[in-house]
Design a protein around this ligand. Structure first.
Ligand SMILES: Cc1cc2nc3c(=O)[nH]c(=O)nc-3n(C[C@H](O)[C@H](O)[C@H](O)COP(=O)(O)OP(=O)(O)OC[C@H]3O[C@@H](n4cnc5c(N)ncnc54)[C@H](O)[C@@H]3O)c2cc1C
Length: 278
């Protein structure tokens, strides 16, 4: 059975009554299916226009779950979203960015998902809607493991909410792969740094992806950067010990040792880019 509801209400009712798998842009869904027949029912949410686009509430920026990566790139956003936009430009190719959605990336929960580190670094929350309730979870609690999330089968990820408190902060996203484009990353890093107006770091957020089953925030590093002078010297405070909770694996793309080394370099470059004088 294939269903294509037009509203969020119709979609959650369909999921509550019949169950089924959600289909959005299909750029993870269909490759994962391979040659197998499509499961039934499929709830294709791609016609629910109310879930697409970015809006601005008083305390947060709301990114509809069906917002595509191309939508993220095109929408004028505050500097703290520069890292998310850079990540959007790295998702596959333009064709993939035109179809692939932010919610699809988060719900697929690949350790290599480019959308997760920048949204973790922005303290994003996800809003999950079912017929029974609407609940919000910090993104760090939503993504639970390699392709595992806290989403219940009857829930749709309706929107991603980013607090506006860091809007003036600088942000970057750096991705290292074995080639420049259309590549699954070896390491990626997102950083958001807010200055205090007196030449020092007020707040910092750093997340590393592809070096553990779930992208990780480096909380100890974030704490150690507060109060440090902006400028190149700040990277002297980024130490290997700050990355000790990462658990990179050896695979076809890189060894664990290389990943750990590359992660340290990328974190330093990301912090430097967020703190250098302009
Ligand atoms: C050639 C190619 C290159 C790629 N390159 C990259 C890359 O460089 N970086 C990267 O991060 N990703 C990459 N991807 C993966 C993919 O494009 C992204 O993860 C994309 O954001 C997925 O979104 P989608 O809408 O297509 O999800 P879908 O494929 O439609 O769905 C993915 C999963 O999420 C669930 N889902 C989707 N939407 C919702 C929702 N609103 N609520 C609840 N569950 C939902 C689906 O049931 C499914 O399990 C690539 C894919 C391809 C085919």
């Amino acid at each position: 059975m294939y269903l294509r509801p037009r509203t969020l209400q119709e979609a959650v009712t369909a999921l509550a009554q019949r169950g089924g798998q959600i289909l959005s842009g299909g750029t993870d869904f269909f490759p994962a299916l391979g040659e197998r027949p499509a499961p039934t029912p499929i709830v294709d949410v791609s016609a629910i226009t109310e879930l697409r686009g970015i809006s601005f509430e008083q305390d947060y920026v709301s990114i509809g779950g069906l917002t595509t990566w191309s939508d993220v790139i095109r929408t004028p956003l505050a500097p703290c979203f520069d890292g998310l936009k850079a990540a959007a430009r790295e998702v596959g190719s333009v064709q993939i960015q035109n179809r692939g959605t932010v919610a699809g990336n988060l719900c697929n929960a690949s350790p290599a998902a480019d959308g997760i580190p920048p949204l973790l670094a922005l303290d994003a929350e996800v809003e999950l809607v079912s017929e029974a309730e609407t609940r919000r979870l910090p993104l760090g609690e939503f993504v639970k493991g390699n392709r595992k999330t806290a989403r219940r089968p009857d829930e749709i990820l309706a929107r991603i909410m980013v607090p506006r408190a860091l809007e003036d902060a600088r942000s970057v996203f750096l991705k290292l792969g074995s080639r420049r484009y259309l590549v699954i990353s070896i390491v990626k890093v997102a950083a958001v740094v807010q200055a205090d107006g007196k030449g020092k770091v007020r707040q910092a957020r750093v997340a590393v992806g592809s070096c553990s089953a779930v992208a990780q925030r480096l909380y100890d590093l974030e704490r150690d950067l507060v109060g440090k002078n902006l400028g190149r010297e700040v990277i002297d405070f980024v130490l290997p010990v700050h990355l000790c909770d990462l658990s990179p694996i050896d695979d076809v793309r890189a060894t664990a040792a290389y990943r750990r080394d590359a992660a340290l370099t990328l974190v330093r470059r990301a912090i430097e880019a967020c703190t250098e004088a302009r």
